[in-house]
Structures are given as C-alpha cells and as structure tokens.
Ligand binder design. Structure first.
Ligand code: WTA
Length: 655
C-alpha cells in the first residue's frame, strides 16, 4: 500500500471565523448521519417539485432510490425556474472558444436555446427513455443538448471528444442509442478536430444508429449523407418558444456515462434524476460557497463526470454564472487560463492537479502578468494533489488568500464525497488531504479482511450509507454493479481507492487500489489497454502498467510480447501507439512500449502486477513476501530481474 506525504504543514483557511472543534460542520454532519431521511428531505427544498415525494429513501441494498414518488424535470430546474425570476437576464454562461470567439447566454437565452434544441430532437422522434450519444466540443451546444435531452426525458450519453470512432461505437452499441449529436468540427491547439469524420467511422460500426444530428460550428466542409445526417439548424425551423418538459420520476435515469474499471470494457454508469441533481447542487454549495455574484469556472470537459456535475447540472440548478472555455489551456500561450480569469473576473476556480503542475513547471512569471485578485476559492479534482502543487496553487494563484478545496469523488458518486466545506464552516486545511466527509457521507477505512482500521493506518476506503448522488446501476449489467461495488466488502460501497484517516479525522486519499490508471486525472484500466493492444496483428500478449509522471500523475507503460516472426523496431512501437489511439483515443497514448520475451507470472498464470510496476518505475521491488499464489520469493525476484533486463534491452529501440 502507498505511503503518505504529510510534508505540508497545517494551514488555516484565510478567513477569520474558523475555530476548533468544528461545531457547525459537526452538528450538521451528525444530523445527516443520525437521520438521513429528515436531513435530505430538508435539503430537497432546494428544488421545485412538480409533485412531492412519498418516501425520501428506499434502500434495498445495493439499490438506493431517493425521493420515491416525487416528480420534476431537470431542465426546468436548471433553466425555466431561473428564467422566471430576476435571474432571467443574469448571465448563465460566458463562453470563450479557442479562437477567441465569445458568446454570452443569459438564463432567458439558455431557456430559448434548450427549447429549440428539444424541438429539433422531438422532430427526430426522440422521446422519454431513448438513449442519445453526444459527441461535441466544449461549445454551448454541449450543455444545451444535455439539457434538451433531459427536457424530453431522453437519457444522454456524452462521449469525450478526444475518444476514437471505436470508443464511440462501443458506447453507442452498449447503450443501444439511435441518435448521435455531433458538430462538423471543433478546435484544439489551433487545429480542427474532425468530429464529424470520426462519427462517420463510428456509424459504420454502429448498426443501430438512425440519425446523426450535426451542429455547424467550424467553417470546414464535412461529408454529409442525406440518409442519416441532418443539420441542427434545419430542424429548428418553426421552433416555438416552449417545448413541454416531461415530468420525470425522481428515480428515472438522467444519463449514462462510461468509465473504466477493472474489466476490458468501460462500464455505463447510470445516474438518476432528483437525487443526483440535488446532491450535485448541495455539494457545490457546501464545498465552494458560491454567491449570486460569483463567477464560477470549472475547467473540466463535459465529457467527464466533473463536467456533467459541475459545469452543467449543479451550477445551473443553483442559478450561477459560469465560464466555459473550449480549448487547450496553453493555447496560444501558457497564460490563456489566467487571461480568462482576469477577463471575466472569475471568483471560484476549479481545476485538476495535472493542470496545476503544468503551470507550476512554466513558472510564476506567467501569472504575474495578470490580475487574479477576483479569485476567492480554488478547487482541485481528479487525483490526489501533491503538497508541493498545493502550496504553489495556494501561494501563486490564490495569493495566500483562497482556500484550496480538494474534492475527492468519482463518476459513480455523482458529486463530492470528501472535501473541505467552505460553505458550511471554515476550518484548517492540510495540503494533500481532502479533509472531511460531506454531510451524509459515512466513510470508513477497512483492512483487507474488511475490519475497520485504526487512525493513521492505510487501508481501503468504503462507504457505509447510501447518498443521493449514488449511481443507480451499471447500465444493462446489474451483475457487474453488484460485483464491482458491493462484493469486496459486503454491505459497503467500495470505491476502489486506498485511504487513511489521521488523528484529526482528516482523510488522505492515496490512489487506486485496483488496476485503474489515472493519466492526467482520466481513468483508464490496464485490462482495457491490454485488450486493445492484443488486437494488433503483431502482438501475442501484453501487460499494461503505469509509472509516476511529474505532470500527468501517472503515465502508461506497456510490456509487449510480439508474435513469432515479428521484429521489435521503433516503427512498430509507433504503430502500436497509433493503434491504441485509434482503438481508444488520445488518453490511451502510452509513454513507453517495451518489447519483452515473457511476462512475470505467478504459478497459476496471473501477471505479477507489482513486478511490472516496479520495473516500469525503475524502482526496487520491495517486499515480495506477500505476493499471492504460492509464488516463492525467489521466483518473484527472478521475474523482476528478468523483466528489468528485458526492458533495458528494449529501451535501445528508442529513437
Ligand atoms: C481519483 C473524477 C485523490 C480517485 C471526479 C477516484 C482523487 C478516481 C481525487 C475517480 C482527489 C478523484 N484526491 N484522488 N481529490 N479526485 N480522485 O471517476 O482515485 O474520473 O477513485 O472521477 O479519481 O475518477 P473519476
């Protein structure tokens, strides 16, 4: 298990009302665990209900259903209700494209756009329960399309625009989607992303697709097949102002989002309607304390859960003003983000440790060119933030004046689980710790046998009670749902992370305990990589692992055994890299491909993952006495030495 870097000293939040113990937070937290139904029933007043619920929680492990019998529509909560108040002319979205184009949408504009989009979808025959795949760049239409689906009760399935045609097709086929929404293109680092072309490839692999709805965004021409393709603008002809929202059951599905687990295929995480929306909105309030005059900027792409919850649903449910930026953080120069913060007067800024480390590497001079004094709160997500990056973020971006809200959570949890709660009470922070659980979240640290650990001992984090943002299921696969999350520690939700709670009750999240790699905060599983790479004709067998990376957190390393007759070469390495990018997408780009003759395996044929990891990282193997499967220490050490030698030889193939 990993060790903890607690080198960062304790930091007080830079406000003047903190005290210890944390009375207000603790009172609220206690109430949330003692009487979850009373607590969440009270919180649910944040939403406007078409019909109130009959029961706050129906908990039949492992299925939790929240606000049973209640009805509402998510798009109404995010748009209509604000467009009826003084917020009608409040800015909902300040959008900035990579090329410098801008658009400003008030809540009234957003209302108008969502209805027009819903009108277009209706014309295509989209109705409640249909699955719609969305493959768009970070343009306002992405948010609008998600809300338009929600308006009609259709289940959206957003695919990150860096994923390949094969990855789109896998998701279309698994979710049985009939429609894909895309754009002719997008911009990334000054180049055009040919999204429509990629979708055309995906459609060839997706027999169920009937229509491709295309947003015209870039100027370039894209192929157009009148049988399947339809321009969004053509369908909007005759759109009125209002499309009646579908009044949804609180427990109806809202979206599917695919994420990597320990199997070769990504799982479709299914999220619900009212519980999810309430949880996303409340956690944003508690963690970041936004006000009506806040300018909120979450830099995540809406293709990931952070974008779903904290670019789209939570900020809009709360009637906030958000900034959305389409492009790369370092385009045209490394200060693009600081420029945006200054331009829009961003007050709350939420990003990833990978981005912070990239900026850190480029030095503070870029920051000094901009006035960032509007910033009040800073956030971090995706992986543990190392104390060094935390300190840099705190000192140079926040001018020692902004708390760092380090939020630990997952695609499956819907919203933050462990995070400072600036909106409830200020309390001291510790760089590298996500601090304390959110109200309603009841985590424990268990040892490998499922016994609760004492403080300061690393173990597996497990969650004791359901919370409203908890996934509904794995789409179409309840067995996988049960097995992945509920079988490791019966009765507990198992997130799959190592963790430790210290003497002050602060939580330290210490990385994945399973075969999931986090590259720049993006989840990818070793099984998925291995499955993809053995799909190449030259490859007989492969094993994937990761090594630490200064900026990306982790980088992918592949060990490959070639088929008879194949010769290792630099060209073949390049080809395998290309193959992975085609099979999965750019997130799957390996840092190193090492050709070896054999893989380290236990007597029963399981790959010795620890040996792979140690060799990839150039580290010593450490204590191997605990390697399972009756493999002797001598065998494990020999496997380590053999692989190390083979890897060193393979490195000669580098340019
Ligand atoms: C990791 C992203 C430490 C963790 C929201 C988790 C973190 C996985 C943090 C989920 C954090 C996310 N500190 N680790 N603040 N945030 N993680 O589904 O390993 O893309 O299990 O959701 O990211 O990744 P996912």
């Amino acid at each position: 298990m990993p060790t903890i870097d607690k080198s960062g000293e304790k930091r007080n939040l830079p406000t003047n009302n903190y005290f210890w113990p944390l009375k207000r937070y603790l009172d609220m937290y206690k109430k949330s665990l003692d009487d979850p139904e009373g607590f969440w029933g009270e919180q649910a007043k944040l939403l406007d209900w078409d019909k109130p619920w009959d029961k706050v929680l129906d908990w039949k492990p492992p299925y939790a259903r929240w606000f049973v019998g209640g009805r509402l529509n998510v798009s109404t909560q995010c748009v209509d209700r604000h467009a009826k108040t003084w917020r009608k002319n409040k800015v909902a979205i300040y959008w900035e494209g990579e090329t410098g184009d801008t658009r400003t949408l008030s809540y009234a504009d957003l209302y108008h756009e969502v209805n027009r989009f819903a009108f277009a979808l209706k014309k295509l025959g989209v109705k409640k329960g249909d699955r719609i795949v969305i493959y768009l760049p970070m343009i306002p239409e992405l948010t609008i399309a998600m809300l338009a689906c929600a308006r009609l009760g259709a289940i959206h399935c957003v695919v990150f625009s860096g994923f390949s045609a094969q990855a789109i097709a896998d998701r279309v086929n698994d979710s049985n989607a009939k429609v894909i929404i895309t754009a002719n293109g997008g911009y990334r680092r000054g180049k055009i992303l040919p999204l429509k072309e990629i979708v055309d490839e995906a459609v060839k692999l997706s027999p169920g697709i009937e229509k491709v709805l295309v947003v015209k965004y870039t100027g370039h021409e894209a192929a157009f097949d009148a049988k399947t393709d339809v321009w969004l603008s053509d369908l909007m002809d005759g759109a009125g102002i209002h499309v009646e929202p579908e009044s949804m059951e609180a427990t109806d599905p809202l979206f599917i989002l695919y994420t990597s687990g320990t199997t070769g295929k990504p799982k479709g995480i299914l999220h619900g309607t009212a519980g999810y929306l309430l949880y996303a909105a409340k956690t944003l309030q508690w963690a970041f304390n936004p006000k009506d005059d806040s300018i909120w900027w979450c830099t995540a792409d809406a293709g990931w859960i952070t974008g779903h919850s904290y670019v789209v649903y939570a900020p809009l449910a709360l009637g906030l003003t958000s900034v959305i930026y389409e492009g790369a953080p370092d385009f045209p120069a490394i200060d693009r983000w600081w420029h945006i913060i200054e331009k829009y007067g961003v007050t709350i800024f939420y990003t990833s440790p990978t981005a912070i480390r990239m900026f850190m590497r480029n030095g503070e001079d870029w920051l000094a060119k901009h006035d960032l004094s509007s910033l009040q709160v800073l956030g971090s997500v995706g992986e543990a933030i190392n104390p060094e990056a935390w300190e840099w973020y705190y000192k140079f971006v926040g001018a020692e004046n902004c708390p760092i809200v380090d939020t630990w959570w997952q695609t499956e949890t819907g919203g933050f689980m462990i995070s400072p709660c600036v909106g409830i009470q200020s309390y001291p922070l510790k760089p590298g710790s996500a601090t304390l659980p959110m109200p309603g979240v009841d985590p424990v640290v268990l040892d490998a046998d499922g016994k609760e650990n004492c403080p300061n001992t690393t173990g597996f984090i497990a969650i004791r009670k359901p919370w409203p943002g908890m996934l509904l299921d794995v789409y179409g696969n309840p067995d996988i749902y049960q097995k992945t999350y509920w079988s490791r520690f019966p009765g507990f939700y198992a997130p799959g992370d190592y963790s430790m709670k210290d003497d002050d009750g602060y939580w330290w999240l210490l990385g994945r305990a399973d075969e999931v790699i986090k590259v720049s905060g993006h989840r990818i599983s070793t099984a998925e990589l291995e499955h993809a790479v053995v799909g190449h004709t030259a490859v007989a067998e492969a094993a994937a692992t990761s090594k630490p990376d200064e900026v990306k957190g982790e980088a992918i390393v592949l060990f490959v055994i070639l088929r008879k007759g194949q010769t290792p070469s630099v060209e073949l390495k390049k080809e395998l890299v290309k193959h992975l990018r085609t099979a999965i997408g750019t997130v799957a780009t390996p840092e190193e491909v090492l050709f070896v003759d054999k893989l380290p395996k236990t007597r029963s044929g399981k790959i010795m993952r620890r040996v792979l990891k140690a060799v990839a990282a150039g580290a010593s193997i450490g204590d191997v006495t605990t390697l399972d499967d009756q493999t002797s220490v001598a065998e494990a050490l020999q496997a380590y030495e053999d692989l190390k030698a083979a890897a060193a030889k393979s490195l000669h193939h580098k340019e």
